[in-house]
Design a protein around this ligand. Sequence first.
Ligand code: SF4
Length: 465
Amino acid sequence: MSLVNITPKKGDGKSIKAGAGPSEGSAITVPVTKDASQQRQKRMIANHFDKLSTAKEDGKKVAYTFVPGNLTELMGAFEMLPVLPEINALQSGMRGKSGAYISEAERGGHSEDVCSYVKCDIGMLRSGNVGPTGKTLPSPDLLLLSYTGCFTFMKWFELLKAEYNCPVVMLHVPYQADGIITPEMRQYVIDQLKSDVIPQMEQITGKKLNLDKLAEQLARSRRAEDALVKVWESAKNRPSPIDGYFGGVYYIGPIFSAFRGSEDAVAYYEELLAEVNDRIKTGEGPMTPAGVMSNQKYRLVVEGPPSWTHFNEFWNMFSNEGAIAVASTYTRVGGLYDQGFRHDPQDPLGTLADYCLGCYTNRSLPSRIDLLEKYIKSYSADGFLINSVKSCNSFSAGQLMILRELEKRTGVPGAFVESDLVDPRYFGKANIENRLQSYLQMLEARRNGNIAASGSSPVVIGSAP
Ligand code: SF4
């Protein structure tokens, strides 16, 4: 699982053709607007990649790591610079480069069935390791493997270890099979931080961990997390001032990646929240590729990541029909703050353990169902949609069961589409669009009393699930 940390491709004062940039699909018109928060995020990202490009000459150490269960504050306390391969992969997808990178990896012997993030990353590496802003990425001084629920993470870093021959440190995070975090699980993670992860970072950077500095980072994380939760909860308004899935992936960029714990992240989330609050006051919806979306006919909850190669096309299919995502699980992959978790500066290592243990990829199917049920009810959703991605076995397995169980519990009908993360070969535009329209028509018929409110069959969209 992963997330985006780039701002939408937008013009100044007039529309632009997005097909020339992020999408491998057909050209679409992107709306015009640049919120101050978007501009800030764009500057933050450019800055980060600038720092990465000169990291070696500046004497900065670089850690490659994954989004779920990331230890950004700890890296920040050591002034290490994070690189997140999943984010590089999804950005390659949005920029129309992932197809060629995947082919490169497949030519090198990686099977079609391997997670497309991995192949995209390997293909990018073999093609010069040029990052999303066009600057070359530094090689890692450390591969920091937070192992949270996905076996592919381990194999991915085995491959990178073979390429870079740098140290790997693994933080083994016990899976929440029973939906709970026991004191033993928590202590097990804390012990590894003390015995493996921190000593390895101290050795690489030549610095001792400064716990006060770590606590300051955690306090700033908490402030950003408070603001983000208010942004999520704003979707309970009608009209919703945000799109909690397509728009939401932009909102999670800073907090799930290199910026949590920084002053920049606090400033970004406080600015974003102020913009959202302004839209609530004026009754304005969010900006979408189809324009400002205030006329919202269908409120949906979405499970699963988006297709990055056809991101705007996929979003357009929803916004053109008046469907808005009021909540999504994908935007909680890097932290379930809306369920109460906050980083705690009073307990620096314990809070890092809680964060890693609680991330969405580390949760069992029953607890994912509970969460989706909660979202459907608390955001008053008319329906829910699962985008099941071919690449991600660890996430997609069981999603049809999730769909049926949710229909049973809530009486709300679900839809199921299939695509992929960054492999453009797995996006069937016409098929998904036709079926999505049928699903929304079915919701409309239910609303008008023409279909029974419960007991309807799930609408399965896309190729055979
Ligand atoms: S299999 Fe899924 S969770 Fe694992 S790395 Fe790939 S996309 Fe992420």
